[in-house]
Design a protein around this ligand. Structure first.
Ligand code: NAD
Length: 480
């Protein structure tokens, strides 16, 4: 019998009201890892009640912001101490490389330390007025119960990016993790409890998006939804939130351009292109899936990327030498396979990959794939595949590549490879993307705010700005 994973509500594990569970499978071995509680509206209501009670209760509402910071620091320490355990649990859940997860777990505490330090630095201000007899000042207040909904591709990091500023600002949380990756998020809530957060401040309801997720979004007691996931789900959540005039932060999909100019160091650019699209088997929102190479370096770049792709070691994500693990679940594999078939039907050439590789494990593996003879009109170039598939296209001028790079509904990130400082600044200014990397790709820090432009998001995560997303501003006028 697989082990059972319960919800975490009011500071303790709680079985599902309707007694239903669903299986979670290791995508590398196809073993059933555990059965998770299948959350329904009744479970979500219990979690919101616990979070509301905690929000109003003296243990949380009377805690000074400095003390909230201390609790976050303790949680950071615990996450650090349990780093290896959490890394392994996440690798088993979603197939990400253990080596990479251990790296992520080394930086994850920094997110919590950063917001711990900000907890007592969220200030209102005194506003100069028209009437000297009236004192006007502003106060930043927590919102209440925040609903956090997260995806499966980087569950811990994406959940902590919401939890840390939300708690630092004094809110309480109900988290609905992806149905594919429940375990590390329940473990995170247990660690929060161990760190000393009062019961009900951090709650987790596991289950499916259309059941537990939708119930969370639609509950009138939720003050804000913080969501990371696909643009389609984000759109549904935004319209539900709009009907109740509650705020939402949405971190959505992408189809990011990675642009290699003729004056770039093509060797290092090709490594940046490879890391940009094949890391985490292409299952990152910021994947540099549209690669534009200046015509004079196009052949060399394609050759270098295909040659590196050929040497990528595919296999068991627990092994230190593995460079590419499986896709996270069966439907992901089907989606990637069907997109590559579609690309070929649209006229693309598979320069490398395009098939399931031979591996020792039975899981959802797919070769790193390079598509050429592609253009901006094709669906493989316009739609988010969320797999290890790079489309590489030539261009002739800076104006042309800017137009092509910006010709997308998305605006999450962009990469530029050039030795020209002036060109780097021009591109950074004109690219319609919330993050622009020059001569690097995927750099990230809790201190640096990030925002998706266009259909890639609403609101800001990370940095001081993210704290403000979890507060509301009250203006007080006192006739002295
Ligand atoms: P998804 O939208 O299918 O699911 C995300 C979460 O929403 C899951 O917890 C799911 O259960 C829940 N959900 C689904 N339908 C719902 C509904 N109707 N109401 C409420 N909740 C619902 O996305 P996914 O497949 O888990 O994640 C991949 C997507 O996430 C990609 O598009 C990727 O680009 C995006 N992503 C964005 C960022 C970012 O920072 N911009 C980061 C990581 C992933």
């Amino acid at each position: 019998m697989p082990t059972r994973l319960e919800h975490f509500i009011g500071g303790r594990p709680m079985p599902p009201t309707e007694g239903q569970y669903f299986e979670s499978t290791n995508p590398a071995t196809l073993e059933v890892l555990y059965e998770a509680a299948r959350g329904t509206q009744a479970d979500v209501e219990l979690a919101i009640e616990a979070a509301s009670k905690a929000f109003d209760g003296p243990d949380w509402s009377n805690l000074t912001p400095t003390r909230r910071g201390h609790l976050l620091r303790r949680l950071a320490d615990l996450v650090g101490e349990h780093g290896d355990e959490l890394a392994r649990l996440e690798t088993e859940d979603n197939g990400k490389l253990l080596r990479e997860m251990k790296g992520q777990l080394r930086t994850l505490p920094e997110y919590l330390y950063y917001y711990a330090g900000l907890a007592d630095k969220v200030e209102g201000s005194q506003i100069p007025g028209m009437d000297p007899a009236i004192l006007n000042y502003t106060v930043r207040e927590p919102l209440g119960v925040v609903g956090a909904i997260t995806p499966w591709n980087s569950p811990l990091t994406l959940t902590v990016s919401k939890l840390a500023p939300a708690l630092a600002a004094g809110n309480t949380l109900v988290i609905k993790p992806s149905e594919y990756t429940s375990r590390t998020i329940v473990r995170l809530a247990e660690l929060a409890s161990e760190a000393g957060f009062p019961d009900g401040v951090v709650n987790v309801v596991t289950g499916f998006g259309r059941e537990a997720g939708a119930a969370l979004v639609e509950d009138r007691r939720i003050a804000k939804i913080s969501f990371t996931g696909s643009t389609a789900t984000g759109r549904a959540i935004a319209s539900s939130a709009a009907a109740r005039f509650i705020g939402c932060t949405l971190e959505l999909g992408g189809k990011s351009p990675n642009i290699v100019f003729e004056d770039a160091d093509v060797a290092s650019a090709s490594l940046g292109v490879v890391a940009g699209i094949f890391a985490a088997a292409g299952q990152t929102c910021i994947a540099g899936s549209r690669v534009f190479a200046h015509r004079s370096v196009y052949d060399e770049l394609v050759e270098r990327v295909a040659e590196r792709a050929q040497r990528i070691v595919i296999g068991d994500p627990l092994e230190d030498t593995t460079e590419l693990g499986p896709l996270a679940f069966g439907d992901q594999l089907n989606k990637v396979e069907s997109y590559v078939r579609l690309g070929v039907d649209e006229g693309a050439t598979v320069s490398y990959g395009g098939q399931r590789p031979e591996t020792d494990l039975p899981g959802y593996f797919y070769s790193p794939t390079v598509l050429t003879d592609v253009d901006n009109h094709m669906r493989v170039v316009r739609e988010e595949i969320f797999g290890p598939v790079a489309a590489i296209m030539p261009f002739d001028t800076e104006e042309e590549v800017l137009r092509l790079a910006n010709d997308t509904e998305y605006g999450l990130a962009a990469g530029v490879w050039t030795k020209s400082l002036a060109r780097a600044h021009r591109m950074a200014r004109h690219l319609e993307a919330g993050t622009v990397w020059v001569n690097t790709y995927r750099a990230m820090s809790p201190m640096s705010p990030r925002q998706g432009f266009k259909s890639s998001g609403v609101g800001i995560e990370h940095g001081l700005e993210s704290m403000h997303e979890y507060t509301r501003l009250k203006s007080v006028w006192i006739n002295t």
